[in-house]
Design a protein around this ligand. Structure first.
Ligand code: NAP
Length: 241
């Protein structure tokens, strides 16, 4: 077991999985949170263990405060500390604003924004005792620029950016840094049904991002950037310059 622990939400697949592997390469033991895909989570755990650190999968719904509280308490009981938290789990329920159902609004706000409140609160408590810690919130470029058809998602991601800056101000004196990464279009299950070929024309770097592109930025903010807090790093191939 390493002396450093990172908790990555939504780490069974996509960007979260890449973040978990990148932090494992930096020597962190990893808690791999997931919602339901146990097979993918276990595969991630095995890939992390192959890098020589410890890893364990924890199934909990980040939008459910009771489940979050119970699981974080178990994690703290077992490992005694949390050094890095990546609030990554997220979903989309796209649709035009005038046709958006309450259900799709609430699902996205709860899973993408309230989750960061639920997960960060007990984690910050332990980070305050440690007098150290780093949180990286997974925002999106649409939280900065807005996007037609994504009122719920853009609002949640903009909210995460506000939360990031506020927590950076509140927690800096306790040795806790809080930053956000705002990805553009990244090749994952979330974007697999989009016709992304039409977007590449608008991306200066002329390609979609890969989960590893985001993971490197997350590792930079969580581990290397010790004098950086409250920042939103756009990792989007130049999409919203
Ligand atoms: P993805 O491939 O769809 O993976 C989503 C991950 O989140 C999975 O591990 C899933 O677990 C987990 N998850 C979903 N709902 C959850 C819940 N209620 N509780 C716990 N875990 C939950 O998504 P992705 O593309 O990697 O996106 C990851 C993050 O990056 C999201 O916050 C997304 O908004 C953000 N982002 C993505 C893009 C992009 O282009 N892909 C762009 C900007 C921002 P299971 O495997 O168990 O379902």
């Amino acid at each position: 077991m390493s002396e450093k622990l990172a908790l990555v939400t939504g780490a069974s697949r996509g960007i979260g999985k890449a973040c978990a592997l990148e932090l494992a390469k930096a020597g962190y033991d990893i808690v791999v949170n997931y919602a339901g895909n146990a097979e993918a989570a276990e595969k991630t755990v095995q890939e992390i263990k192959a890098l020589g650190v410890d890893a364990e999968a924890y199934k909990f719904d980040v939008s459910n405060k009771e489940e979050v509280d119970k699981s974080i308490a178990q994690i703290i009981e077992k490992y005694g500390r949390i050094d890095v938290l990546v609030n990554n789990a997220g979903i989309t329920r796209d649709g035009l604003f005038m046709r958006m159902s309450d259900e799709n609004w609430n699902a996205v706000i709860n899973t993408n924004l309230s989750s960061a409140f639920f997960v960060s609160q007990p984690v910050v408590k332990v980070m305050m005792k440690q007098r150290s810690g780093a949180i990286v919130n997974m925002a999106s470029v649409v939280g900065v620029s807005g996007n037609a058809g994504q009122a719920n998602y853009s609002a949640a991601k903009a909210g995460l950016i506000g939360l990031t800056k506020t927590l950076a101000k509140e927690l800096g004196s306790r040795g806790i840094r809080v930053n956000a990464v705002a990805p553009g279009f990244i090749n994952t299950d979330m974007t697999k049904d989009l016709d992304t070929s039409k977007f590449t024309d608008f991306i200066p770097l002329k390609r979609l991002g890969e989960p590893e592109d985001i993971a490197k930025a997350v590792k930079f903010l969580a581990v290397d950037a010790q004098y950086v807090t409250g920042q939103v790093l756009e990792v989007d191939g130049g999409l919203i310059i």
